[in-house]
Design a protein around this ligand. Structure first.
Ligand code: SF4
Ligand code: SF4
Length: 205
């Protein structure tokens, strides 16, 4: 597996074969994705969570998009339009594809080689990520903060009582007011959860 840097050139392109939305594995969501997608779909966060997401078992508190059928087609894939129904607000994983981050903080990637595009011209990784979609630049930093938080909380998750886990999900994914700055609210919610988990640990000592 070759590690790619931002300046590395790869043959990247998209011929809209749709495979990445139909046979795709788990698409993880940050709280920002949850807010942005529910706003885009014009439904409440609660409705979005109930109708479009699943908890990622064993990797709590991560959420993933639901899939349809045996082929595991993404629930947000539009068969009529033959494409993503939430393109302007799609999750980071979808924006980067077929590139996968080896280390997002250091901008190390690898090519999953799941798109075979004949005659694709080599372009830089930087151009693929930033030229493809404005979401990459917009959400990369907050996405990294989310990953760091998930790495912190996951080893502690099974020590947290079930009722507290439910409360944590609500704080992380539901406690938002759409007119206020979403990133600021997400950071505040993460801090609240951290304090709540730390306090819970102290009480159990
Ligand atoms: S990104 Fe790749 S797999 Fe997805 S539609 Fe384009 S070519 Fe197909
Ligand atoms: S969110 Fe959109 S781009 Fe991502 S897998 Fe679903 S349909 Fe495809």
């Amino acid at each position: 597996m070759d590690i790619l840097l931002l300046k590395s050139k790869e043959k990247l392109g998209c011929n809209r074969c749709e495979k990445c939305c139909i046979y795709r594995g788990d698409i993880r969501l940050t709280p920002i994705n949850v807010c942005e997608i529910s706003q885009f779909l014009n439904i409440s966060i609660k409705e979005f969570l109930e109708q479009y997401t699943n908890k990622l078992k064993g990797e709590e508190p991560e959420l993933v998009l639901r899939t349809r059928g045996e082929l595991k087609e993404c629930i947000l894939y539009s068969r009529d339009k033959k494409g993503c129904s939430i393109h302007p607000v799609k999750p980071m994983q979808c924006v980067m594809f077929p590139l996968v981050p080896e280390n997002l903080k250091r901008d190390y990637f690898y090519n999953s080689n799941q798109c075979v595009i004949k005659d694709a011209k080599p372009i830089s990784v930087n151009r693929w990520l930033n030229g493809n979609h404005h979401i990459y630049r917009k959400n990369k930093k907050i996405c990294m903060e989310w990953i760091a938080f998930v790495e912190w909380i996951q080893p502690l998750w099974y020590r947290i009582p079930i009722e507290k886990q439910t409360e944590i999900y609500k704080i992380l994914f539901e406690k938002y007011q759409c007119k206020k700055n979403l990133k600021w609210q997400m950071r505040k919610n993460i801090e609240e959860v951290k304090q709540c988990v730390i306090k819970e640990g102290e009480e159990n000592c």
